[in-house]
Write a protein of this length. Structure first.
Length: 167
């Protein structure tokens, strides 16, 4: 089992339209499961201390396409970044959450390409490591998307929900 999946999913239904309650937990020092809720639901703390900035050696951990960087620079105000996070939910077990954010949290990884910045919290990084962040224009919508994610086993046709590879 992958190191990232030291977390245990409980109450997950694979079918669309089923129960949307997802729990992600890790083993505590007492051996019991402790739910992780800080970054999977609710608002994470807003602080700028101890920010982890990606270096050139981190480049393989997340790829930002030129198209993503160009479009992001067009739509954000100074000081704003694209935030990519993973939350329990969706048709396949997990879903990507993509938003514009002006606060950098103390567990965020900051990736930059051509002046455009992407934030990923440390827990979500486990679920998107090696993926590509792209801006996709389609007939019915245009959106920032997580693509080519080596951690994702399968996804829903909506493109925002995925299941984790367990090998």
């Amino acid at each position: 089992m992958r190191p990232l999946v030291h977390a245990v999913m409980r109450n997950v239904q694979a079918a669309c339209g089923g129960c949307r309650t997802r729990w992600l937990s890790t083993a505590s020092s007492s051996g019991g499961a402790q739910p992780i809720t800080t970054h999977l639901s609710g608002t994470p703390p807003t602080t700028t201390q101890s920010t982890i900035t990606a270096t050139s050696s981190d480049a393989a951990e997340l790829t930002i396409t030129d198209r993503c960087a160009e479009h992001l620079k067009k739509i954000v105000s100074p000081g704003e970044c694209l935030r990519v996070s993973v939350d329990g939910g969706g048709c396949s077990g997990f879903e990507y959450k993509i938003s514009i954010d002006s606060s950098v949290n103390n567990d965020d990884r900051v990736f930059e390409k051509n002046g455009a910045k992407v934030l990923v919290d440390e827990l979500s990084m486990s679920f998107v490591k090696g993926a590509t962040i792209d801006y996709v224009e389609e007939l019915i919508r245009s959106a920032f998307r997580v693509t080519n994610n080596p951690v994702a086993e399968k996804g829903c046709s909506c493109g925002s929900s995925f299941a984790v590879r367990m090998d």
